[in-house]
Design a protein around this ligand. Structure first.
Ligand code: DAH
Length: 342
């Protein structure tokens, strides 16, 4: 039995040697035959010798022979796999070239800014509403108290799709849509795209974003409007921002106001400032108390309820916040520009 064990040991080392020298498929095949061939394979012969081992020792020696057989089979298999792969990888590439960069996108600054605005109003308990960009004349104008042919319509350079359909010129039609569906108390904002027939220049583009706000409830006054907008603008810019209300006119609010903030670029110190024109103030939104006629148009009793509304250009405000000199930068899709804001 000692004999057979020694034999296994010797065969294993000669197999290992043979394997180390086998450089191709043919020599591997030869090695397999030498050890595993059914008739004269060295392991086959070993198995045959088992019968000479005493029955008490046979199981253990048999186990060793089997283990050796599995070892040989496994090694041959492993090695034949490595032979299939190229043994020497040729580097016919230039390792000094810069690697390929992962494509990196970025959220658009207008969308980031829109989110910031939404966040502030959500904290104040406002809901966020949505409305169509293709509107009817009724929602964009008539329900907002612009009678047909009223000259106030000229302030909104409208892109008509047909006599009755148009691309909404402001987000105000969503006020009507919301008030038709919900009854007071209403506290909502609605950010979205609007369209006007404008020739692009640093401060005008034919498509831009607005955010509309509307509050309707019992006992709403102009003081609520002022307080809400001051709170919002301080959160958006900073505590020290200067704010002023100027009387204005919109068909859907009475009284109406326009709201200016102190110029964020020159802070009122540059008579030549291109952003504020030297006045020290920039106009950022329109607002007012919802006209009683508008409430009547949606079957809300103006004797009982009152409300305020406002509308602000998001692109414009973002432009002043980020001190961007030209609105068109937002829409040129230059990633070097866009990535600066994320
Ligand atoms: N819709 C107006 C515009 O596009 C902005 C505006 C003014 C909205 C006053 C309002 C408002 O809700 O009350 O210029």
């Amino acid at each position: 039995m000692v004999d057979l064990k020694n034999k296994i040991r010797a065969l294993r080392s000669s197999f290992d040697e043979g394997l180390a020298q086998a450089g191709d498929k043919d020599s591997l095949k030869e090695l397999r035959n030498t050890y595993l061939s059914r008739k004269k394979g060295r392991i086959t012969l070993l198995l045959k010798e088992l019968k000479n081992v005493s029955p008490t020792e046979r199981p253990e020696v048999g186990k060793q022979v089997n283990e050796f057989k599995n070892y040989v089979a496994q090694k041959l298999e492993e090695y034949s796999k490595t032979l299939e792969e190229p043994r020497h990888i040729k580097f016919d590439m230039d390792l000094t070239l810069p690697g390929k960069r992962r494509y990196r996108g970025a959220p658009h600054p207008i969308l980031l800014y829109k989110k910031r605005i939404e966040q502030i109003f959500l904290l104040m308990g406002f809901s966020i509403e949505d409305g169509p960009e293709i509107e009817t004349d009724y929602y964009n104008f008539e329900a907002l108290n612009f009678p047909p042919h009223h000259p106030a319509r000229d302030d909104w350079d409208t892109l008509y799709l047909s006599d009755d359909l148009l691309l909404r010129t402001h987000t105000s039609p969503v006020q009507i849509r919301v008030m038709e569906k919900k009854k007071p108390p209403i506290r909502m904002i609605n950010p979205g795209k609007v369209y006007r027939r404008e020739t692009p220049d640093p401060t005008h583009i034919p498509m831009f974003y607005q955010v509309e706000g509307l509050v309707v409830d019992l006992g709403i006054t102009f003081a609520h409007l002022k307080g809400t907008l001051e709170c919002f603008l301080k959160a958006l810019y900073n505590e020290k921002i200067k704010i002023r209300f100027r009387p204005s006119y919109f068909p859907f609010t009475e009284p109406s106001a326009e709201v200016d903030i102190g110029c964020t670029v020159c802070r009122g110190e540059d008579r030549q400032c291109r952003v504020c024109g030297g006045s020290g103030w920039i106009e950022i939104l329109g607002a007012g108390m919802v006209d009683p006629q508008v409430l009547k148009n949606v079957n809300i009793d103006p004797e009982k309820y009152s409300g305020f509304a406002f509308g602000m250009g998001i692109d414009r405000t973002a432009m002043f916040s980020f001190r961007i000199p030209d609105l068109r930068n937002f829409y040129e899709n230059d990633l070097r520009f866009i990535r600066q804001f994320s």
